[in-house]
Ligand binder design. Structure first.
Ligand SMILES: [Zn+2]
Length: 698
C-alpha cells in the first residue's frame, strides 16, 4: 500500500468551528459540508484552484483548534486534551485526503505545483503542533496520571499513541535539540524530494529505440504493440520504444532473443541515479543516511533503524536481522541451484557464455515453458476483471457476510471508476468503495488503497483502490494476469481493513497500524485468490462460462515455486541492504558504491542477481517512508501464512475463525499493539513454519 505522508498523529475529526467565513470561502466546495450521498467528495464541483485556499483555511482552523485546547483553563484531562486532539483537524483531513487521492489518480501540472507549494507549509504546520510545549505539557500531565484515571482499553491506547507520537516528534527534547531537529527534518525532506525527482527523471529519460523489426525477435504481439504505442507517444513513428518502467522492461527481458539489447536495457535500469550526471543520487543518499543517523542520535538511539523499529512489531534491528538472515540462508542455495539450471540450458543451446543478470528472466521463462507446459496466456481467459472483482467480493461475503451494491448515483472523479456501497449482513450501510482499474497518463503507477474518509464512531469510511491493469481491447474484455488477480485481492484486503474498521477514535482506526503489520490484512486475502477451491467458484471462461479446468489449476500449482529462489533472494537482499544503511552508528558519509558492494559481498550475493533496489534508486529508503522498513512485507507474510493456516485446518470459510479474524484484525485498527491483536486471533505468537513451507524454504 502506498500511504499518504500527511496522515499525521493529529489527523482527526471535528466539524468546522464557526469562523467568520469570507465570501470566497463560502463558494469553495471543499470548505462546505459535502452535500452528496454519504457525503463523498462532490468531485464535479471541485476546481483545482479550490485546493490551495482550502488548505490555508483548514490549517488556520486546525491551529485554532489547537489553541483552544492549549488555552482551556480547566485542568487537563483525557476528554479536554486527548479526545479533543483526536477530534481536531477534520477539515484539514477532508481537504488533504481529497487532494492526495486526486493527485495520485488524476494529476496534472497544476496539481503537482500545489503539492510542491503545500508540502513545506504542512511540514511546518505539523512541526508547530508536535513541538508546541504548552500542548505537550497538557498531554504529558494526562499521560503521567494514567494509572489514576479510569479509561477503556481503547482510550488507554489512544493516550499512549498520542503521547508516544509527541515523544517521537521531539516534544521531550531540550530546546536546542528541538531546533536541531526542525533543521534536520527540513534538510531530509528536501533531499528526499530531490532523490525521488532524480529517479523519475532518470527513468523517463532513457529509451531503448528499436528501428529494425529483426530486433523484436521473440517478443509476443501484445508486447510489440505496446512498444509501438510508446514510440508514437514519443513522436517516433515506425519505431518501437522500450523504457526502464517495469511494465515495459520486464516483458522485453523475458522474451527478447537479442541478448545485447537485454543487456543494454537492464543495465540502464540498474544504473539509474548512478550516472554521474546532474541526476546522480549517490551524494544525496549518503547525506540522507548521515542526517537520519543524526536525527536518531538526538533521541538517544545508536542508529536510525533503532528509532524506526521502536514503534514496529519487530521492535529492534537484531530481531529484523535474525528474521531476515534466516530467510536469506534458506533461499540462497535454492537460487544458486536455479542459476545452475539456467546455465545448463544456455550450455545445451551452445550459448557459449556465462549467465548474467540480464539473462535471468529470458532463460527462466524458457525453462518454465519446458518444465510445466504452462503459458500465462492460457490462464487469462478465466480472469475477466469484473469476475475477479466479484470473486473477491464473494470471499468477503463468505467470511464476513458483506454485500456490495454498485451505485451509479454517487459522484466519481473519472468515468472509468466503479463505486460500490458496502452493506453489513443486516443490509445496514458499512461504507463506500471506489475501484479505479485502468492506467492513464494522469495516474501514478502500481496499485494502492487509500481513504477519502476514515472510519470513527458515527462516521462511515469512504475507501478507494487503484490499479493499473490490462485494459479491454476490441471485442476482448479486460483479461487479467495471475499477478493482477493477486493484486486485486491484495488491495481489496487493505480496503476491508479500512471498511470493517470499528474504532471509536479516528487516530486509531483502519490502516493506522504498525508498518510491519499493515500488510497482513492485504496479503491474507491473496491466499484466497489462487486457492483451487476458490478458483472453482469464480474463475470462469469469459466466453463459455466454463469453470477453470482442474488440469490447468494443477499445472499452475505445480509451477508455483518455480523461480522462487530468485524472487526471495532479490527481495531479501534489498531488505538487508536497507537494514545495513540504517544501522550505521556514525554520521560519516559513505561512498554508496563501495558500501553497497561490501554489503553484497558480506551476504554472498549471487553475481547473476542484482539486488531488487540498488541504493541510488532505493526510494523506499531514501525517498522517505520505508527506511528500515523494507523487511515489512516478508514480516507480514509470516503473519498471513500463519493466519491462513488456521483456515486451511478448519475450513476456508470457518465462521468462528472468520469472526475472530474480523474482531481482532480487520476491525481493530490500532486499538491494541499489533502483537496483542495477533495473539488474540491466533492464541499464540506467529510461527514461521507456514511461510517457509509456502515458499519452499523449509
Ligand atoms: Zn499492500
Amino acid at each position: 500500500m502506498k500511504k499518504s505522508i500527511i496522515i499525521a498523529l493529529f489527523a482527526g475529526l471535528i466539524l468546522a468551528s464557526c469562523t467568520q467565513k469570507k465570501e470566497t470561502e463560502m463558494k469553495n466546495p471543499l470548505l462546505q459540508k459535502f452535500d452528496t450521498p454519504f457525503e463523498v467528495p462532490p468531485f464535479e464541483q471541485i476546481k483545482v484552484s479550490d485546493f490551495l485556499p482550502a488548505y490555508k483555511v483548514a490549517m488556520e482552523e486546525n491551529a485554532m483548534e489547537i489553541e483552544a485546547i492549549v488555552n482551556n483553563t480547566e485542568k487537563p484531562n483525557f476528554k479536554n486534551t486527548i479526545e479533543e486532539l483526536d477530534a481536531s483537524g477534520k477539515l484539514l483531513d477532508r481537504v488533504s485526503y481529497t487532494f492526495n487521492n486526486l493527485n495520485a489518480s488524476l494529476t496534472s501540472d497544476s496539481m503537482q505545483d500545489i503539492a510542491q507549494t503545500v508540502a513545506p507549509l504542512l511540514s511546518k504546520h505539523f512541526d508547530d503542533i508536535a513541538l508546541n510545549a504548552k500542548l505537550f505539557a497538557k498531554v504529558k500531565a494526562v499521560y503521567n496520571s494514567r494509572e489514576d484515571i479510569e479509561l477503556s482499553p481503547e482510550q488507554s491506547r489512544l493516550l499512549e499513541v498520542i503521547y508516544k507520537g509527541f515523544e517521537r516528534g521531539g516534544a521531550n527534547l531540550s530546546a536546542d535539540k528541538q531546533e536541531r531537529l526542525r533543521k534536520l527534518n527540513g534538510q531530509i525532506a528536501v533531499l528526499q524530494l530531490k532523490f525521488d525527482n532524480n529517479i523519475l527523471a532518470e527513468t523517463n529519460n532513457y529509451k531503448l529505440i528499436i528501428d529494425n523489426e529483426e530486433d523484436l525477435s521473440g517478443l509476443p504481439e501484445s508486447v510489440k504493440k505496446s512498444a509501438k504505442v510508446t514510440a508514437e507517444e514519443n513522436d517516433l513513428n515506425d519505431k518501437w520504444v522500450f523504457t526502464t518502467h517495469k511494465p515495459s522492461m520486464l516483458p522485453f527481458l523475458t522474451y527478447s532473443d537479442k541478448r545485447n539489447l537485454r543487456e543494454k536495457l537492464h543495465t540502464a535500469y540498474i544504473m539509474r541515479g548512478d550516472n554521474n550526471n546532474k541526476y546522480d543520487n549517490k551524494k544525496i543518499l549518503a547525506k540522507i543516511a548521515s542526517l537520519t543517523t543524526a536525527k536518531a542520535h538526538l533521541f538517544g538511539f545508536d542508529n536510525y533503524a533503532e528509532y524506526v523499529l521502536d514503534k514496529n512489531m519487530a521492535k529492534n534491528p537484531e530481531t529484523v536481522f535474525d528474521f531476515t538472515n534466516n530467510i536469506w540462508d534458506a533461499a540462497l542455495p535454492i537460487a544458486k541451484k536455479e542459476a545452475e539450471e539456467l546455465q545448463k540450458l544456455i550450455d545445451e543451446e551452445n550459448g557459449g557464455f556465462k549467465l548474467e543478470h540480464w539473462d535471468w528472466w529470458y532463460y527462466s521463462e524458457k525453462l518454465r515453458a519446458n518444465k510445466y507446459n504452462l503459458d500465462e496466456e492460457m490462464l487469462r481467459p478465466y480472469f475477466e476483471l469484473n469476475q475477479v472483482r466479484d470473486g473477491a467480493f464473494m470471499v468477503s461475503n463468505k467470511l464476513f457476510g458483506l454485500k456490495f451494491k454498485e451505485r451509479t448515483d454517487i459522484p466519481k472523479y473519472h468515468p472509468d471508476v466503479q463505486v460500490f456501497e458496502v452493506l453489513n449482513p443486516d443490509d445496514s450501510h458499512l461504507g463506500i468503495l471506489y475501484m479505479d482499474w485502468y492506467p492513464r497518463s494522469s495516474k501514478s503507477g502500481g496499485a494502492w488503497m487509500d481513504a477519502f474518509r476514515k472510519q470513527s464512531e458515527g462516521v462511515s469510511p469512504v475507501i478507494t483502490t487503484n490499479f493499473n491493469f490490462t485494459t479491454p481491447s476490441g471485442d476482448k474484455p479486460a483479461l487479467l494476469s495471475i499477478d493482477e488477480v493477486e493484486t486485486t485481492f491484495h488491495e481489496f484486503g487493505h480496503a476491508l481493513h479500512g471498511l470493517l474498521s470499528n474504532c471509536k477514535y479516528n487516530t486509531l482506526s483502519g490502516t493506522s497500524v504498525a508498518r510491519d503489520f499493515v500488510e497482513l490484512p492485504s496479503q491474507f486475502m491473496e491466499n484466497y485468490s489462487t486457492h483451487p477451491e476458490v478458483l472453482k467458484m469464480y474463475a470462469k471462461h469469459y466466453k463459455t462460462g466454463d469453470p477453470i479446468p482442474d488440469e490447468l489449476i494443477q499445472k499452475f500449482k505445480n509451477s508455483g515455486l518455480f523461480n522462487n529462489g530468485f524472487v526471495v533472494v532479490e527481495y531479501t537482499s534489498a531488505a538487508l541492504l536497507d537494514m545495513n544503511w540504517n544501522t550505521i552508528n556514525d554520521t560519516v558519509q559513505r561512498d554508496p558504491t563501495k558500501f553497497e558492494n561490501e554489503v553484497m559481498a558480506k551476504i554472498n550475493m549471487l553475481p547473476e542477481i542484482i539486488v531488487r533496489y540498488r541504493s541510488p534508486y532505493f526510494s523506499h529508503v531514501f525517498g522517505g517512508g520505508y527506511a528500515a522498513g523494507y523487511y515489512s512485507y516478508q514480516w507480514a507474510a509470516v503473519l498471513d501464512a500463519d493466519a491462513f493456516s488456521v483456515f486451511q485446518e478448519k475450513g476456508l470459510f470457518d465462521q468462528e475463525t472468520a469472526k475472530s479474524l474480523r474482531d481482532n484484525i480487520y476491525s481493530a485498527g490500532n486499538s491494541k499493539p499489533a502483537m496483542d491483536l495477533y495473539k488474540k486471533f491466533r492464541g499464540s505468537e506467529p510461527k514461521i513454519d507456514a511461510f517457509l513451507i509456502r515458499n519452499g524454504l523449509n
